[in-house]
Design a protein around this ligand. Structure first.
Ligand SMILES: Cc1cc2nc3c(=O)[nH]c(=O)nc-3n(C[C@H](O)[C@H](O)[C@H](O)COP(=O)(O)OP(=O)(O)OC[C@H]3O[C@@H](n4cnc5c(N)ncnc54)[C@H](O)[C@@H]3O)c2cc1C
Length: 560
């Protein structure tokens, strides 16, 4: 049969249907650190100027097209569980895509799981927070095992003999994903298993039992029988686990292998079918006499594991601030390249209002996160220690809870293409609620704030002293702080009002930080939009007079 010639005038005409114009291009090959003025200023301000060159190098690395693609692949090709091998042996093995392992390798070799513990110095937490913030913008899921490995150290140190044995393996800057006992590895990761079916927030309802193998007590071996309904990163080499010992709820370190080289009896039943956080395997497990060692005092398990939880809550602040930053970057990048009705979107007054508002949210989140990082660096100072106790749950509540709406609004800036799976926005959007729910959901954070205020009135004084630093800088903040102070000293209906109180605390400390450290355009618009008595709006309802071009330009002035 005769085939028509490939290039007849007619087919040429049909092939040239249109020219692709007025579209953005992929946001890649840029330096995430150099492009972020607020981050660079914050790092210097909070005591980590010494990390600037390293952060520059890291920002360039993680902003490369190839590195950003790892984040896509780790989520597209999701982890799979094999409970048994083909011969019928129980293996409880989760297999990950190479992209996930590549992300883990970078994170661990960069010290995101350990740097403040092995190289403590002023600004160590700030430098690590900044690097985690850059890293998390690329991919959030692998941050879960990195965070847990980082956070376990303060809890483990409550049991010095176990810490001496495990800490060198935990803090090694080597990612070793092999499925072999910890002692054979060049570096290990550690997870956390508290949540059971009948109660996650209320861990005192845990039903998993711990039976002493010998005499029992701190540092001694037990066998654990029960279940854990959420265990993320089940390929971690060990887990901190809560279980009921004869003397009450206690904390245990449970390795995945027993000292004799046999598999420990922690069985992975299935992987969770999560809406987001897809690269990170989260599992349901049963413990069938799993060997574990008690960490800290018997019956004081919550007190012990809270040391770990406090750190993971801080990392939720970092992760959600990072999500906000990537959402801002995607939205501003798109709007600077796309025109509608005769002008670039970024120059349309209403879009400017939306973008500026998204930037303000993110600047407030980052300022509070970096301030808390500095407080983490100075826990020996009483004021800083009290601030950590109160302002971390405040920040965890507020920043994580603002992120889903922020992600959605950034998605809308991109329009229909922002909804498509080959855009980063759906991933950011699905990731956004998770930090708010795990490590203590919203209400639990607010109740924790009340508990801290009740048990340590000095923490309220420390918080108010922090706000005083900005006294007189903006009348709206002065009025806000005065009203907050009155309401904090009113104990009636405290639980009922807790969200309102915590929200106002968060806004107060963010405003105080921005007034001291951000340009006037940012702090002024923040105060006028967020402290106004009119209440809350959707993003993009900044009042008249906000210098939106300046706010947006600051967020996107230097792409490195
Ligand atoms: C992706 C993902 C991964 C996870 N990974 C892990 C893991 O690795 N290890 C682990 O241990 N857990 C993990 N979790 C579990 C998580 O920590 C719990 O889901 C969370 O603590 C809430 O517990 P719950 O689901 O039982 O909800 P519940 O405790 O039943 O809480 C439901 C709601 O009630 C609210 N609430 C609770 N008490 C009160 C109160 N007194 N007053 C008002 N409101 C209240 C909570 O804030 C929440 O909004 C993970 C969860 C997710 C989503």
């Amino acid at each position: 049969m005769d085939m028509p010639a490939a290039t007849t005038p007619a087919t040429r005409f049909l092939a040239d249907t249109h020219e692709v114009v007025n579209v953005a291009h992929e946001l890649q090959d840029y330096n995430l650190y150099a492009a972020d003025t607020a981050l660079r200023e914050g790092v210097a301000r909070e005591g980590a100027a010494w990390a600037d060159a390293d952060l520059h190098a890291f920002g360039a690395r993680v902003g490369s097209a190839g590195y950003l693609e790892l984040g896509n692949q780790a989520n597209r090709f999701q982890p799979e569980l094999e409970t048994h091998d083909r011969f019928g042996n129980r293996v409880d093995l989760v297999k990950f895509h190479p992209a996930y392992h590549a992300l883990m390798t970078t994170a661990i070799e960069s010290g995101l799981h350990c740097s403040p513990w092995i190289e403590p110095r002023p600004g160590a937490h700030v430098a690590r927070a900044a690097k985690s913030y850059l890293n998390s913008q690329v991919e959030a899921g692998h941050g879960c095992p990195i965070t847990m490995t980082f956070a376990v150290v303060p809890a483990l140190r409550l049991q010095p003999d176990l810490a001496a044995q495990w800490e060198p393996m935990i803090t090694a800057r080597s990612y070793d994903p092999r499925n072999v006992p910890a002692a054979q590895k060049s570096g290990i990761t550690v997870g956390m298993a508290m949540t059971e079916k009948q109660g996650g927030s209320d861990v005192r309802s845990n039903s998993t039992r711990a039976y002493p193998v010998g005499g029992g007590g701190p540092g001694q071996a037990y066998e654990l029988v029960g279940h854990k309904f959420f265990v993320s990163a089940p390929m971690c080499d060990a887990f901190l686990v809560l279980a009921q010992a004869p003397g009450g709820l206690s904390c245990f370190l449970l390795p995945r292998w027993r000292p004799d080289g046999s598999k420990n009896a922690l069985q992975v039943l299935r992987l969770k079918k999560k809406m987001g956080n897809a690269s990170n395997a989260s599992s349901e497990t049963e413990l069938r006499g799993a060997l574990a060692w008690m960490v800290g005092e018997e019956g004081r398990g919550v007190r012990t594991i809270i040391e770990m939880v406090a750190m993971t809550r801080f990392d939720c602040m970092i992760g959600s601030s990072a999500g906000q930053r990537m959402a801002v970057s995607q939205a501003v990048h798109h709007c600077s390249l796309r025109a509608a009705f005769g002008a670039p979107l970024i120059e349309q007054p209403l879009m400017r209002n939306v973008l500026a508002d998204l930037v303000l949210e993110q600047e407030g989140a980052l300022a509070l996160t970096l301030r808390m990082a500095r407080a983490m660096d100075s826990r020996s100072d009483e004021h800083e220690d009290l601030l950590v106790r109160l302002a971390v749950p405040v920040g965890k509540y507020w920043i994580c809870k603002r992120t889903p709406a922020h992600a959605y609004e950034a998605m809308e800036c991109i329009g229909g293409s922002g909804v498509m799976e080959d855009c980063m926005m759906p991933r950011l959007y699905r990731e956004a609620p998770i930090n708010a729910i795990w490590e203590g959901s919203g209400n639990v954070q607010c109740l924790d704030v009340l508990r801290a205020m009740r048990r340590s009135p000095a923490s309220v004084e420390a918080f108010m002293a922090e706000l005083k630093e900005a006294r007189g800088a903006d009348p709206a903040l002065d009025a806000h702080v005065a009203a907050l102070g009155r309401d904090l000293s009113d104990p009636r209906d405290a639980e009922y009002r807790a969200r309102d109180i915590v929200e106002r605390m968060a806004l107060a400390i963010q405003a105080a930080l921005l007034l001291q450290h951000a340009p006037h355009a940012v702090s002024d618009a923040f105060c006028r939009s967020r402290l106004a008595p009119a209440g809350h709006h959707n993003f993009g309802a900044l009042p008249r007079g906000a210098d939106c071009p300046a706010i947006v330009a600051r967020a996107w002035s230097s792409r490195g």
